[in-house]
Write a protein that binds this ligand. Structure first.
Ligand code: FDA
Length: 580
């Protein structure tokens, strides 16, 4: 018998969730092994919107520059055009991904990073590369067949798909990042809620230089109300940029109850030409694939020493572009906890906060995307376009839309409202950054959480209340500005103290010694480590001059106080968070 390979954490899956876990654990010094059933990373573009919170994870990993270099930047993403085809009549536009000036301000005030568009086949190599370079063992062509767990660890049976050989891996923990058909979730018998949806879409990846049709109205996506779309999937034809402006994905819905069409290059070319609206444009088909939309979320994501992250725990429509983003954030939530428990710096109770913190996010995410899915058909309804309409009906509808009559005015108003409503399929800044946690890994003083004044899905609500995302502030040292984000993270806890908070250094030193836990202290204010030159920090931190924010390794506020430094209180808080 071959002796079991040993590792601290076995990660099943090398998609956005698994690869992020692999990169994070390696960065935190954990011995991990990551397997991928397939021989390569994603070989089609798939997910692409990379929101500020996911970019923050990449920034914390030191990968933001690489990610930006692989991306289409925000300023080229925003003009979502609704039209009959790319070359055809424009029906209207909406400004998405926070490119409207009023939203742009909110976006820029929320984080040192920016939303961008990184196709999944460019994102995965960055994360997998970092995981591998930093020491995670990466095995492609390796499949999980099953696993068993006991009190001390997990024994997994793997199959090398190149040699056919089977072997076992003994790990302290197992992360199931194995996607929407998760074997790990199934074998753990985790409970899910939600439903499968019968509709389906086809992705056609192709090369064609479309600069002449898009350069003057740059966007990451163009949406088409056309004859033949509107049956399944997202319900609208889409052209989405992969490389500006010569590599594209065309998305086309089909009625899955009628079976899957044969995926030929001819079909791909005809779909690309319909979406472009000009069949003289040379098109080179790369691939065709189909995908369906689920509406399912786990109501349990942990059993014993095994966890599920990413699509394994939430499966939903691509509307709002939250899939790979949330997957990366699941791993960001779990990785530091595993690292501290494995190093003996936290008790196993800390791991229970993963379920407490991430299950509500999964449910909310699926709920939001279901509502977003319902918004696109509103445009067909407003135009009085029945399902399966003929080309001649569309022509009549467009004529009605321009009619200088009362009825025309009604139609125009209704259609404008329907188009504007679709903004909630894209601009959900609150969904991205308002992931409030209430769990054993967050300590409050019993005060009520502040109530957001605006829609929590649409607008980010910056707050330093424990359980919130670290608000963004610029501080200055040696004339150079730095976001407070960069003073925290990298696997460790940080104390950000106010002007007269230097005593937190001594308090932290006592606690650090007692717990064996590294604790960074940064004093921000006049004469501190950084100057609060813009007054940003005092405004967002809400801790006065004496108090402090305790920032968790995932840049969430773990605790805050306006009181003067107190080692006993800090020790009590950290013991509570760390289950010690
Ligand atoms: P993912 O499915 O990516 O990876 C699973 C991994 O597990 C793979 O490496 C696979 O090989 C491995 N695996 C599975 N079973 C295994 C086994 N038994 N043994 C070993 N390995 C195994 N999201 C977003 O944030 N923004 C967006 O704009 C979009 N847009 C979008 C468009 C389209 C058309 C689709 C289909 C999807 C999106 N998404 C998206 C969603 C996004 O693609 C999806 O949420 C992520 O890929 C999920 O990442 P995971 O890592 O969880 O799973």
């Amino acid at each position: 018998t071959i002796p079991a390979v040993e590792t601290e954490v076995l990660i099943v899956g090398a998609g956005p969730a698994g690869a992020a876990a692999g990169a994070l654990l390696a960065t935190y010094g954990i011995d991990a092994m990551m397997i991928n059933k397939y021989n390569s990373v994603a070989n089609t573009p798939r997910a692409h919107i990379t929101n500020q919170r996911a970019m923050e994870v990449l920034r914390d990993l030191g990968l933001e520059r690489q990610a930006k270099a692989a991306s289409t930047p925000q300023n080229l993403m925003g003009d979502h055009v609704y039209a009959t085809s790319l070359a055809g009549q424009e029906l209207g536009r909406i400004r998405t991904w926070y490119t409207h000036p009023s939203f742009k301000a909110e976006h820029d005030l929320a984080s040192p990073t920016a939303v961008c568009d990184i196709p999944q086949d460019k994102m995965e190599p960055i994360l997998v590369g970092a995981a591998s370079y930093r020491g995670t063992t990466v095995r492609s062509g390796t499949e999980l067949l099953g696993f068993e767990q006991d009190d001390d660890g997990v024994t997994s049976t793997l199959r090398d798909r190149v040699t056919g050989e089977q072997y076992t891996v003994r790990s302290r923990y197992l992360i199931g990042a194995d996607g929407g058909r998760s074997l790990v979730a199934e074998q753990l018998g985790l409970r899910f809620e939600g439903e499968m949806v019968a509709s389906a879409s086809m992705n056609v990846v192709f090369r064609a230089d479309l600069s002449h049709l898009v350069e003057h109205r740059p966007s990451d996506m163009y949406w088409f109300l056309q004859q033949g779309v509107g049956h399944g999937g997202v319900g609208v034809g889409v052209l989405r940029v992969v490389d500006t402006w010569d590599r594209w994905v065309g998305v086309w819905g089909f009625d899955a109850s009628q079976g899957t069409p044969e995926l030929t290059d001819e079909l791909g070319t005809s779909i690309a030409h319909k979406l472009i609206g000009d069949d003289t444009v040379p098109v080179e088909i790369e691939s065709l694939s189909t995908w369906g939309v689920n509406r399912k979320y786990a109501v349990e994501n942990t059993r014993g020493r095994a966890f599920i992250v990413g699509d394994a725990a939430h499966r939903h429509s691509p509307m709002n572009g939250l899939g790979s983003n949330t997957s990366i954030q699941d791993s960001y939530n779990l990785a530091w906890k595993l690292a501290l428990v494995l190093r003996g710096l936290a008790g196993p109770g800390l791991l229970e906060s993963y379920a407490e913190e991430r299950l509500p996010i999964a449910k909310h995410l699926v709920d939001r995307t279901v509502r977003s899915e319902g918004l696109m058909p509103g445009m067909f309804k407003a135009l009085r376009l029945p399902p399966g309409f003929e080309e001649s009906v569309l022509a009549q509808v467009l004529e009605n839309l321009e009619a200088p009559t009362e009825e025309g005015a009604e139609r125009r108003a209704e259609f404008r409202a329907a188009m504007d409503a679709t903004l909630a399929c894209f601009n959900t800044h609150g969904m991205e950054l308002n992931q409030f946690y209430s769990s054993r890994a967050v300590v409050t003083d019993g005060a009520e959480a502040p109530v957001p004044e605006r829609d929590v899905e649409l607008h980010y609500f910056p707050s330093s209340f424990p359980g919130h995302h670290l608000p963004h502030a610029w501080v200055v040292k040696d004339q150079r500005r730095t976001p407070i984000f960069d003073l925290c993270g990298k696997g460790g806890f940080t104390i950000l103290a106010g002007d007269r908070g230097a005593a937190w250094r001594d308090a932290a030193a006592v606690v650090s010694e007692e717990l064996g836990l590294p604790l960074d202290v940064v004093v921000i204010g006049r004469g501190g480590d950084y100057e609060d030159a813009y007054g940003d920090f005092a405004a967002v931190a809400q801790i006065g001059e004496l108090g402090a924010l305790l920032v968790r390794p995932d840049h969430m506020i773990g605790w805050r106080t306006t009181e003067t430094a107190d080692a006993d209180e800090l020790l009590r808080v950290l013991r509570s968070i760390l289950d010690r």
